[in-house]
Design a protein around this ligand. Sequence first.
Ligand code: FAD
Length: 372
Amino acid sequence: MKYDFLIVGAGLYGSIFAHEATKRGKKCLVIDKRNHIAGNIYCEKMEGINVHRYGAHIFHTSNKKIWDYVNSFVEFNRYTNCPVANYKGELFNLPFNMNTFYQLWKVKTPEEAKAKIAEQILASGIRNPQNLEEQALSLVGGDIYYKLIKEYTEKQWGRKAKDLPAFIIKRLPIRYTFDNNYFNDTYQGIPIGGYTEITNKMLEGIDVELNVDFFQERERLTGLADKIVYTGMIDEYFGYKFGTLEYRSLKFEHEVHDTQNYQGNAVVNYTDAETPYTRIIEHKHFEFGTQEKTIITKEYPQEWTKKDEPYYPVNDDMNDALFKKYKALSKAESNVIFGGRLADYKYYDMHHVVGLALKRVAEEFKEVNVFE
Ligand code: FAD
């Protein structure tokens, strides 16, 4: 065999596996059907600005070892995610915190805010929530729900909140401090120079073939390596023999504007039903850019078909049951390692993917996983 590992997918999972295996003396070939590496964390330079081509990405983790690991490839900046919500022209800070409560009700103390939310939860009269709407009303009450959750969520899922299962919202973080930091994690930031730099560094000196779809050349590619690391869609690997797993997709519309600063923040969510997109991202603010122009991206949620990018798995009972059948089949494929968001049919943040890839490397090389 020419290679020890054929790695299908040059995203974060595939790149970490390739890097670590190479470090241990193994020969890897990485392929991707796209014309670039980095998978969904890919950044494309436009007007000197790193544009997050597949949606805004903010790295965050509370695991110091994972933070140090990603920082060993590229330095991160101090960006802190503080999204703003626009509801019919009114602006609110997110996540729900004392600034939001002041903007909603002019309350100034945590006591006043707590009393207001408790009063609204009581007024909803919901004890045993049966759907997403009832779940949200029972957690935060009407004002927050109707202005900041309902229509945004309906746009995101393309369904009425009453028809969505309650489990989508397990909890809604409420903060009784004036703190607009979206994440609770200890570490957070954006790689200086963009995310593609991370995978560039990881794949240094490793054979990479782009524009290669595993399923178009399965026989040739399988014959090249002892083992496969597969990070594509699990149902596709098995020819969709039990059926197709469902996803939600997104359409991104990028616009160049001849202004230095379009919206004053990287992320603005549009929480009303009238605006067809859910968010506008202004990419330069992720890196405190001072370029003459700016690039914004409008994000439109969409139904997914096999022609579209699969972004969010629809983890309802039906799809999870289908996934289990594929998972059982995958266990019998002794020479294939399945990993990453598409093979696991799961939404993962980047720090999850880093942790899982490193764990799988430790298993493969019979080492202790030092990243847990
Ligand atoms: P991917 O990046 O999808 O890589 C898989 C690769 O496999 C792709 O490049 C694909 O082209 C390739 N491939 C698939 N099939 C084949 C085939 N048949 N042949 C060849 N190649 C194939 N995480 C965060 O931590 N913070 C965020 O702010 C954040 N924001 C996000 C926003 C959006 C809109 C989305 C969708 C996700 C976000 N994430 C975020 C999650 C993050 O994108 C993922 O955790 C990460 O990119 C997953 O890496 P991966 O390697 O598993 O998958």
